[in-house]
Design a protein around this ligand. Sequence first.
Ligand code: BES
Ligand code: MN
Ligand code: ZN
Length: 498
Amino acid sequence: MQYFTTTSKASRRAVDCVIVGIYERGKLGIGAEDVNTASKGALQRLVKSGDIQAQAGSCTVLNGLVGVRAPRIAVVGLGKHGEYSVSKFVAATAAAIGAVSRSKAKSVLNCLTLEPCGNTGVYYLARHTAQSAEEKLYRYTATKSGRSPAASSLRQVGVALSKPGEARKAKLGLTHGGAIGKGVSLARQLGNLPANICTPSYLARTAQKLAREHRNLQTRVLGEAEMKRLGMHSLLSVGNGSDQASKLIVMQYKGTTRKKPVVLVGKGVTFDTGGISLKPGAGMDEMKFDMCGAASVIGTMATIAKLQLPVNLNVVVPAVENMPSGRASKPGDIFTSMSGQTVEVLNTDAEGRLILCDALTYSRRFKPDTVIDVATLTGACVIALGHHRSGVMSRSQALANQIVAAGEAANDLAWQLPLDEAYGESLKSNFADMANVGGRSAGAITAGCFLARFTDGLNWAHMDIAGTAWATGKQKGASGRPVPLLSEFLLEHCGALP
Ligand code: BES
Ligand code: MN
Ligand code: ZN
C-alpha cells in the first residue's frame, strides 16, 4: 500500500474515491461542505431526501456527482455533532475503507482527517487511517478451496490536511499505522489458522521466517530436551499429553545499543482441550484461538522490526498443545518449575499459567526493563470485562497506567484489575508450594497472582485477552488485539511518537 498526504480540497483531488462525513440532523463535515459547494448543493439535497444515513459507522457510496473530480464519494455517518470522538473517526474510516475496498477504486482520500476530533491530532488520525486500510486488505483464504474472494484493488490511501505544516506528523502516522496494520493482520492470520496447521512448530517456523526478513532480528527455538535441561517442568507438563513437540520460541530485536530490553511473553497454547480436566464439547473449536497471546506478541515484533524502532525488544513464546492421553498430566500431579517452586496441578485446564511461569522465569536472563505477558488466560476475565476491554494486572501502578493509557491512545482498550496479595491466598496447596487454581471467585485475578509469584523484582504486567482476542458467532475470527496497544506502548517507550 502507498500512502500520501495532500492539502488539496475534497472536490479537487483526482482520486478514485473521497471519504467525507456528515453528522446527524444533516450537518455536513468539512470535506462534505466542500463537496456540497462544488456540486451546487447536490449533496445537501441527497441528505435531506433521507437517502444518506448519518448514524456513526454507516456508509453510502455516491457515483458521478457533477462538479466533483473523484468518480466516487463515500459519505459516512459521524453520529451526533457534540459526541464525535476518535472511536467514531475509526469506525467511520473503517466502514468507508471497507466499502471502497469492495469497489474497483485503486486510490482513496480520507477527508475525515480535516474534522476537529477532541484532543486527537493528525498523527493519530493518519495512523488509524493506514491501520484500517491494512486491516481491510486482510482476507482469510488459507483453507478455502475454489475461487478465493477477489482481492481488493486499493493501492493508494491518502489523508487530507488543512495546512502543509501537518504533513510531517501525518506521514509518520501513516508509516506507523501501516506497520501496525500489518502486525494486526499477521496476528489475525496465526489466530485463525486451524490447530492442525498452526502447531507449536508452525509458530516457531513463522518466527524464524520473520527473522530472515530483518538483519537485526534473531529467532532461537528451544526444543523439549533443552527446556528439560533448564528445568522447565511446569511448561513441559502441559505438552505431555500431545504428539506435538513443545517449543520455546525466543525472538530478539536489537534496535539500539546499551538499553535494557522490553520483553513480551505470549501464551501459545495452539489447542486447549483442557487436558484430563476436559472441556465441554460445545464451542471447543474456539480453543484454537488459545495462542492469540503468542500471535499478538509475534505480530507486535513484526510491526517494530518493520519500523526499525530504536528499542530492544525480546519476545518469548511458550508453545504447546494441551491434550488428554495416557501420558498427560493428571489432577494432583506436582511439577517443579524453572524457578524451583513446586506446583500442584489441581486442574489441567489451568494450563496457561503453567507455561507462562517458566517463560517469565526464562525472561530474567535478559535483565529486562519491562516484562509484559499476554494471554487468553481465563474465562473469568470475559465475565468481568466482556469483549471490549482487555484486563491489565500489575503490582506496579505506573506500568499499569502506561498500558491502560497506551490502549486509550491506540483505540485498543484495556482496564486494570486489582492484584492484591490477598487474592493469592486461595492458591494454597497441602502438597506443593502452590496449586495452579484458586476457588471460583476472582478467577482472572488469582491467575494473575499465580504469575506474580514468578515475577518478584521484575517490572512486570499481565494482560488477560480472553475476551478481546477473537470474536465468536457469525463474525468468528481473531481480532489481532492487543497489537495496537503494545505497539503504542513501545512507540512511547522509545520516544518515537511526535
Ligand atoms: N484458555 C482458557 C481460557 C479461556 C476460556 C479463554 C474461554 C477464552 C474463553 C484457559 O486455559 C482455561 O481453561 N482457563 C480456565 C481456568 C480454570 C480452570 C481455573 C477457565 O477459565 O475456566
Ligand atoms: Mn485451559
Ligand atoms: Zn488455555
